[in-house]
Structures are given as C-alpha cells and as structure tokens.
Design a protein around this ligand. Sequence first.
Ligand code: Z5A
Length: 221
Amino acid sequence: MSETEASGDGGRRGRFVTFEGGEGAGKSTQLTRLADRLRRLGLSVITTREPGGSPGAEALRHVLLSGAAEALGPEAEAILFAAARADHVEALIRPAVASGQWVICDRFIDSTRVYQGITGNVPPRLIAALESISVGTMLPDLTLLLDLPAAEGLKRAAARRGFDTADRFEKDGIDLHESRRDGFLALARSEPDRFAVIDAAQEVETVAEAVWYAVRRRLGI
Ligand code: Z5A
C-alpha cells in the first residue's frame, strides 16, 4: 500500500503521479496539461522532476546530466540518483502529499530501474536497496508510461534541442534507447495496477485525452 492510500485522513487526500518513458516521449508536455486540468477542478497541484525537484537534488542534476559522474561508473551514478531522490522525497514530495496536494513528477524510480538497472547493469539488489532507502513507502499511486519508438522520441528531442549538445543519456545509441523502451514496458507488465501505458506516438491532444482517461479511471476523480 502506498503512503497516500495509508494516510486515512478521510477527506481530500494527496496523490502522487509519475510520468515515465524515453527521451522526447512528451512527458513534460503531458505533465503540464494534466496539472492544468487538475487545477481547473480546484485541486492543489505541484509539478516537479527528477533528477532534481529540490535545491539539493537540482545541484546533483547538473553533476549527473553533464556527464561529470559518468567516469565514476554506473553504480556510483545510481547512488547519486538515489541521493538526489532522497532529498526530493523528504523536502517536497512527502510533505506535499501528506498535506493533501497532488504531486506530479517527471521521472522517478522507474527511470533508475531502467537506465541504471535493466540497461545499465547495476545489480537488482543494489537498485532495490537504494530505492528502499530513498523512497521507503512513498511510491507513486499511478505511473503514466508514455510509450514511443525510440527513433521518434530522439527525433523530437533533437528538434527541441536545436544546437544545444545532447546530455549524458541522450547521446547513447539507438539500440540502447530501444532496450530502455523494452525495459519500461517490462516494468509496466510486472505492475499493471500502478502503470498505465499510453501510446505517445499520437497527436498531443489525443495523448492528453488518454492520460486524462487513465487518471480519472485509476484515481477516481
Ligand atoms: N535518468 C536516469 O538515468 N536515472 C534516473 O533515475 C532519472 C533520470 C530520474 C533526464 O533527462 C535524464 O536522466 C534522462 C534519464 C536520466 N535521460 N535523458 N536524456 P531530462 O530531464 O533532461 O529529459 P527527459 O526526461 O529525457 O525528457 P525530455 O527529453 O525533455 O523529453 P519529454 O519531457 O519526454 O518530452 P517533451 O519535452 O514534452 O517533448 C519533446 C518535444 O516533442 C517537444 O518539442 C514537444 O513539443 C514535442 N512533442 C511532445 N509531444 C508530442 C507529440 N505527441 N507529437 C509530436 N511532438 C510532440
């Protein structure tokens, strides 16, 4: 049972929703639309992201995405992602959800499971231990997996980036990006109650409707 289910306040309970998927899948776009829609219903909504989302975690974001930590190896990178997440959970996510707010986060534990674990070869035992330390019971109520062929996502991300350089993970080869897609889909199959898989290859509006349908059906609003 996640912490939001366990709060038992009987009134308006907070919710914790995460978006996951590969590069350029449309997570930021859909997160903003979902937040706007929830706010129009009068709900209090916080949007956030990983790595980052709190001052301490944002400092680590730069280290992780610039590639400065890459030379330390995948296990050290996984530890740094977990350190950032621990700060984010304690500083922002847990208190906000406990006070009845909705928190919508761009990437969370499943990104670590896929990028560092399944396709990064960090042993499952270490991934699970780091998750337990950084997240504890603060698990998402719903994870929206935006699924898209890797080539299409990379094309979108490159168009948005323009002349900026690709970050530590964007510069990986297409096969690795496709393996990450498979990894996310495998996680979704293993936890069907938490995940909703959305076809992200459709028009922005169509994807937004699919996201909204999943949120209403799964979280009962
Ligand atoms: N990472 C990790 O390894 N381990 C971890 O534990 C965590 C993260 C938490 C964070 O990158 C990196 O860190 C990430 C994994 C790793 N790898 N990379 N790179 P980030 O935060 O900088 O970026 P991102 O999470 O990968 O997201 P993104 O590339 O910014 O894409 P997005 O948010 O999914 O997409 P978007 O910005 O909404 O859309 C991209 C473009 O496509 C944009 O121009 C949109 O207007 C357009 N778009 C959006 N939807 C559509 C549709 N439906 N059709 C056409 N065009 C669209």
